[in-house]
Design a protein around this ligand. Structure first.
Ligand SMILES: [Zn+2]
Length: 204
């Protein structure tokens, strides 16, 4: 089970835009500028195919978690919510959310269904790769997704006081902290962090 989740961000983190995308964007920008110049002289043409935008607008808004929805989530269901969200992220089909509405809905209380411990790596933003909204999950981030007393206390708050049903420790490929542990890196306070990972490196 943990392997399934741990493998999840690799797909998202490793997906990079095509090398030609910037050049293609540049060409598109040039065409748009020409189109704008013409628009000042004649009536704008209607959109050729408005169907995709309409389809997105018709998509049902996902509400924020509340007490009832959190109570109904089992640990297995919580894992399914995350894996389904990652599938949407990989497919570039995120759920439709009204962040303003979610902020208002969670202003007085929060009911996240899971707590995720992940690395600070900028390529693996937790809520993004799991396609979760405001109030859905607790996210703790530290280089190498290690645990310490403060992180464990945060998880205890999430599960024992705030009702979360699942704890996920989320690793990822090409982790700088793990590479540091492999090479026995030493640098200021980073040394202590890397040394927490080194026993795992030695074990394999
Ligand atoms: Zn990392």
């Amino acid at each position: 089970m943990s392997n399934r989740v741990t493998s999840v961000p690799a797909a998202g983190a490793s997906s990079t835009p095509p090398a030609t995308s910037r050049r293609a964007f540049g060409r598109g920008l040039g065409l748009s500028a020409a189109g704008l110049a013409l628009a000042g002289c004649s009536a704008p043409e209607p959109p050729a195919d408005p169907a995709p935008a309409d389809a997105a607008a018709d998509q049902e808004l996902v509400p924020a978690q509340d007490a009832a929805s959190q109570a109904a989530v089992t640990p297995d269901a919580a894992l399914a919510l995350l894996t389904d969200g990652n599938a949407r992220f990989v497919a570039a089909t995120p759920a439709r959310r009204d962040y303003g509405g979610q902020i208002r809905a969670t202003a007085a209380a929060q009911y996240p269904f899971a707590v995720v411990l992940g690395c600070i790596d900028s390529r693996v933003p937790i809520e993004t790769v799991f396609d979760q909204g405001i109030g859905d999950i607790f996210a703790a981030r530290i280089a190498g997704n290690i645990v310490n007393t403060e992180i464990l206390g945060s998880m205890e708050f999430a599960c024992r006081l705030a009702g979360s049903k699942l704890v996920v420790v989320l690793g990822h490929t090409s982790c700088g902290a793990v590479k540091g542990a492999i090479s026995s890196a030493r640098l200021g306070n980073l040394t202590q962090l890397v040394q927490k990972i080194e026993p795992a490196v030695e074990a394999i």
